[in-house]
Design a protein around this ligand. Structure first.
Ligand SMILES: Nc1ncnc2c1ncn2[C@@H]1O[C@H](COP(=O)(O)OP(=O)(O)OP(=O)(O)O)[C@@H](O)[C@H]1O
Ligand SMILES: Nc1ccn([C@H]2C[C@H](O)[C@@H](COP(=O)(O)O)O2)c(=O)n1
Length: 422
């Protein structure tokens, strides 16, 4: 196994860090603080029995491509190699309010009879991979827990200090994922998204094919002469139906993001971790923008999904838990990219979840993993919709998509005529 590059950035500030473990889809926070009597036990440890063992693993790579790939592989590796009694919860560590300080990993609770298998797997990971490994020791009072960082040289667990222990913490002002959204989940200019594809070409050969389809740089084009109308919404809200009708009604050109030329590569990137998947969709918007620039000189242009989709799905996936965990309205994560063509109007189709499900069932096509997630996970659906609403520059205009298709069309035509003077 090749030795991977390890970042030492966090070690000296370990005690300033906060930790978050996902329990039932909700982050539970703790930190490492000076021991004092009467502190509560963190909820993370409240159901740990005497013979159970707890560990944390944090990915700590100085190379973002390697780190993203390894984080995705780590889960599979742990599921494969750890004892079957070992439960895995996503966790992270971060410096509150410090951008790019997020380290992702897993919290492990091992209830198997012996420590030998799990400790062998963890020792091997520590030797060969960019990970920090900690184990947790219950204090003599049977209540407080100490965090022990494993030392790399001899694979021994080293107690940070008996004077420091795990204590529950209040949720930070913003969800930890927010600290790393920019340029990991959402890209705010063409160059940043391209850079990820360039860096990943060694491990994802298809990245080279995507790069070959891209404009060499994004040219500052003059605004198209004709209006550009983007139709957004969750799957099965009626985008395809409406965009086809608008095309006919307005004599418009219909474009999509991602564009047709990326279709053969899409499934490959949908299987990749968020860093690569999101960079793929981000550059797709720029290819579509090129086409909008050309077609918009000749006819009105209708676009089926654009930047709002790219950002809203990425933010909603990155941020766990309920809608209130999303970055607040007005946050910089909702801003429009500096170099991406701005449409004249963005329409967001909204639909009652039951009606959307009925339409999905009636359509009977396969769903992508993210579409299945939307179906099963009410919270995720709410977060995507809310993120759509918060994106600005241009903001979207909501249209109720539950009436019959011809009525939705008339409603949107009214909007277009009002806003775009068509
Ligand atoms: N206003 C409407 N009333 C009833 N059914 C509709 C309406 N609009 C679309 N449908 C039907 O709902 C289903 C989903 O519509 P459509 O494919 O247009 O959605 P979509 O948003 O493009 O989905 P996706 O994003 O998954 O491609 C289709 O079977 C379509 O015929
Ligand atoms: N411009 C776009 C278009 C799509 N996506 C992503 C977001 C979802 O994962 C999925 C939905 O697309 P659909 O299956 O309805 O074609 O694709 C994006 O990020 N940016």
């Amino acid at each position: 196994m090749a030795r991977r590059t390890m970042s030492l950035l966090l070690l000296p500030r370990w005690s300033s860090r906060m930790f978050s473990v996902e329990l039932d889809g909700e982050p539970v926070y703790f930190s490492i603080q000076e021991k004092s009597r009467g502190k509560e036990v963190s909820r993370v440890f409240s159901n740990v029995q005497n013979n159970d063992r707890c560990y944390s693993l944090l990915v700590c790579s100085s190379d973002r491509v390697e780190g993203a790939k390894f984080y995705a592989e780590l889960k599979q590796k742990l599921l494969r190699e750890m004892p079957k009694e070992c439960a895995l919860s996503p966790m992270c560590s971060f410096l509150p309010n410090v951008k790019d300080s997020l380290l992702k990993g897993y919290f492990l609770k091992d209830t198997s009879p012996s420590a030998s298998l799990s400790e062998r797997v963890l020792r091997e990971l520590l030797q060969h991979e960019p990970v920090l490994v900690c184990s947790y020791l219950r204090g003599e009072d049977g209540q407080q827990w100490t965090q022990c960082l494993w030392k790399e040289s001899d694979n021994r667990a080293v107690e940070m200090s008996r004077d420091f222990c795990v204590v529950p913490s209040e949720a930070p002002e913003s969800h930890p994922a927010t600290l790393n959204i920019i340029n990991s989940d959402v890209f705010y200019n063409f160059e940043e998204a391209c850079e990820v594809l360039k860096e990943s070409a060694d491990i994802i050969p298809e990245a080279t094919s995507v790069l070959e389809l891209l404009p060499s740089r994004v040219e500052a084009r003059s605004k198209p002469d004709f209006p550009v109308i983007v139709i957004e919404g969750l799957d099965a809200t009626g985008k395809t139906t409406l965009t086809e009708s608008l095309k006919n009604a307005l004599g418009a050109t219909l474009l999509r993001s991602p564009p047709q030329c990326l279709s053969p590569l899409r499934a490959r990137f949908d299987r990749e971790p968020p860093l690569f998947r999101r960079a793929f969709y981000a550059v797709g918007n720029y290819i579509t923008a090129e086409a909008i620039g050309q077609e918009g000189m000749k006819t009105p242009v209708i676009v089926d999904r654009f930047w709002h989709s790219t950002a809203a799905y990425a933010i909603a996936t990155a941020v766990s838990g309920p809608v209130c965990n999303l970055p607040a309205e007005g946050s910089e994560v909702y801003r429009w990219p500096t170099d991406l063509l701005q449409p004249s109007l963005v329409v967001l189709l909204t639909l009652d979840p039951e009606e959307r499900k009925r339409r999905l069932r009636d359509r009977g096509q396969g769903e992508t993993a993210e579409e299945q997630e939307l179906d099963h996970n009410q919270l995720f659906r709410l977060k995507v919709e809310e993120a759509y609403h918060r994106i600005s520059g241009p903001a979207c205009v909501t249209v109720d998509a539950s009436p019959p298709a011809d009525q939705v069309l008339q409603q949107v035509l009214l909007l277009i005529r009002g806003k775009c003077h068509l």
